[in-house]
Design a protein around this ligand. Structure first.
Ligand code: 5GP
Ligand code: ZN
Length: 138
């Protein structure tokens, strides 16, 4: 199921370009366009659903397993010291795109935590270089 008005459905289909990090049968991971930190990545199910609570057990399992895989790769290749998993449901909870997603936000010791979009990358070149580092090529 896709929603023709949903930005993330359009990213999954390729109608809107994205910096893909990983894709499998059920999920799609890509770099956040307005990152909180370098390497900030989003993981979405390919089928449209609004809230975490709308997912079937099977889809939720696939989504969290893929999120774990992408996070493990980011931890190793950034490399970072840790990461946040963030997941918002509803406008009141700051969900801006109504298609379920997990944020993976890399974190570093002694760097501090930003919970909003920043100029995370020093340059376009740095973003491209980090993208190459975190892409999972299988
Ligand atoms: P939310 O606030 O819904 O949990 O997070 C939505 C995230 O999607 C935000 O961090 C925002 O920067 C990101 N985002 C919104 N539109 C686009 C887009 O067109 N492309 C990409 N790559 N990320 C997007
Ligand atoms: Zn969607």
């Amino acid at each position: 199921m896709t929603d023709p008005n949903c930005i993330f459905c359009k990213i999954v289909s390729g109608a809107i370009p994205s910096r893909k990090v990983y894709e499998d049968e059920n999920c799609y991971a890509f770099m956040d366009i307005a990152p909180f930190e370098k390497g900030h990545t989003l993981v979405v199910p390919k089928h449209h659903a609004r809230f975490l609570t709308d997912l079937t057990e099977a889809t939720l399992t696939q989504l969290i397993m893929t999120t774990q895989k992408v996070a493990a790769y980011i931890l190793k290749t950034m490399p970072c010291d840790g990461f946040n998993i963030l997941q918002n449901n509803g406008e009141c909870a700051l969900q801006t795109i109504p298609h379920v997603h997990f944020h993976i936000i890399p974190r570093w010791n002694n760097k501090g935590l930003q919970w909003h979009s920043t100029k995370a990358y020093d340059s376009e070149e740095e973003m491209v270089e980090i993208h190459k580092r975190i892409i999972i090529n299988e």
